[in-house]
Design a protein around this ligand. Structure first.
Ligand SMILES: [Zn+2]
Length: 348
């Protein structure tokens, strides 16, 4: 790996401020929580089909309890510190969950349409700029870009319209999501990545997957399949939560990102180990997140987190929030301490 300690400052120094209401308005959040609650009850009813696993990053069986949420247990790997749900829903249970999720339906029908413009401009456009920057820095041809788990299709549509790549392909197995991609003019392969034949699509120069690997029963298969689709020397870019970041470490089970859909909380080091074990050289592993401080601030304001015994954090995250909150977030992001991370790796 290279460049890791350097934390990829370039391209992130002009970070656009973001707040969570721009991504999900509070009035929609309440309805979404109710839909999600019903999904969670269905998942609890299938607990008998959950299976025990070893660490999804390094394979170690050495672990200790981390926390529980909605009665699901999370452990932390003793070797690489990945936090993961164990036992976890079997692949069949996960498949049924996503096919019938009321939460996803609500997101697709309400939250994404209401926030798509914000997401495109404040999240997806900076992502695209960053990927184009990587292509320049690491001499990656801007031929085929493939997005795995394209979801609603906002990023893939933006990448296609930008003209930065000769071809943009989206892989999205969920029928409603694939339709949404098509409505945005995106070329979609409506299959799971492992179901796509070798000659069915061209080899990719760049494969991206945003907020995908935390959902997967066996994320190693994802890295192997992405390698299968990439040209030698091609670029893989993955984003996901960082289990060792500020939001997750402070709020633990109360962190919004800790939910039953997220079964893997890697960290920059453990995700690097996983990528390297699947034939990649990691170029960048950093944490450009923008929301940790706000989540913790909000938990303090709501009385969910008591930091009265910690006057320094109370000053930064409560008393002088308006002036110190955002600079503190930038400090977290710049030093590998945010709960949202990126990994860029080259296929060997
Ligand atoms: Zn591990």
């Amino acid at each position: 790996m290279t460049d890791m300690a350097d934390a990829d400052k370039k391209g992130d120094s002009q970070v656009v401020k973001l707040n969570k209401a721009e991504l999900c308005p509070d009035d929609l959040l309440r309805e979404q929580e109710a839909a999600f609650g019903r999904d969670i009850e269905k998942l609890k009813a299938r607990r008998g089909e959950f299976v025990a696993v070893a660490c999804p990053a390094c394979g170690s069986a050495d672990k200790k309890p981390a926390f529980a949420k909605f009665t699901f247990d999370y452990v932390q790997c003793g070797r690489c510190r990945t936090i993961y749900m164990n036992p976890r829903p079997s692949p069949a249970v996960m498949g049924d969950y996503y096919s019938n999720s009321e939460n996803y339906k609500f997101w697709a029908e309400h939250i994404f349409p209401a926030t798509e413009a914000n997401r495109r401009e404040k999240i997806n456009r900076p992502w695209l700029d960053k990927i184009v920057d990587y292509c320049g820095r690491f001499s990656i041809p801007q031929g085929v870009l493939m997005e795995i788990g394209a979801g609603f299709g906002t990023f893939a549509a933006l990448a296609g319209a930008s003209g930065q790549f000769k071809k943009v392909l989206a892989v999205e197995p969920t029928p409603e999501m694939a339709r949404s991609c098509r409505e945005r003019g995106v070329t979609v392969i409506q299959k799971r990545i492992e179901e796509i034949g070798d000659d069915e699509i061209p080899a990719a120069d760049v494969v991206v997957a945003f907020e995908v690997v935390e959902h997967l029963f066996e994320p190693k298969i994802f890295f192997q399949q992405a390698a299968r689709r990439l040209r030698k020397g091609g670029l893989l870019v993955v984003s996901c939560p960082n289990g060792l970041g500020f939001d997750v470490q402070m709020l633990r089970d109360k962190a919004l990102v800790v939910d039953p859909e997220h079964v893997n909380f890697f960290n920059p080091r453990s995700l690097t180990l996983l990528a390297e074990s699947c034939g990649y050289s990691v170029l960048i592993a950093h944490t450009p997140g923008r929301l940790d401080a706000e989540y913790v601030h909000e938990a303090i304001v709501k009385g969910e987190l008591d930091i009265s015994g910690d006057p320094f954090l109370k000053r930064v995250l409560a008393d002088e929030w308006d002036t110190l909150g955002w600079p503190f977030q930038q400090f977290l992001a710049d030093n590998g301490l945010s709960s949202h991370m990126w990994l860029a790796a080259r296929k060997n």
